[in-house]
Design a protein around this ligand. Structure first.
Ligand code: FES
Length: 57
């Protein structure tokens, strides 16, 4: 599923970043991807996915 439609970033990609690169918050995601830099609608769901991934590990 795409989280960020503007930049084609999927939940899989976010989970992978969290697991493999320790990306744990939106600030960090935005440093390594363009997520949220266009319409910004994806930020909330991206945050939820990251939180879910972090609490599950
Ligand atoms: Fe992510 Fe628009 S959906 S910036």
């Amino acid at each position: 599923m795409y989280v960020c439609l503007c930049h084609g970033i999927s939940d899989k990609k976010l989970r992978k970043l969290a697991i493999e690169e320790g990306v744990s918050d939106i600030k960090h995601v935005r440093k390594v991807t363009p997520l949220g830099s266009q319409c910004g609608k994806c930020i909330r769901s991206a945050r939820e996915i990251l939180e879910e991934e972090i609490t599950n590990t």
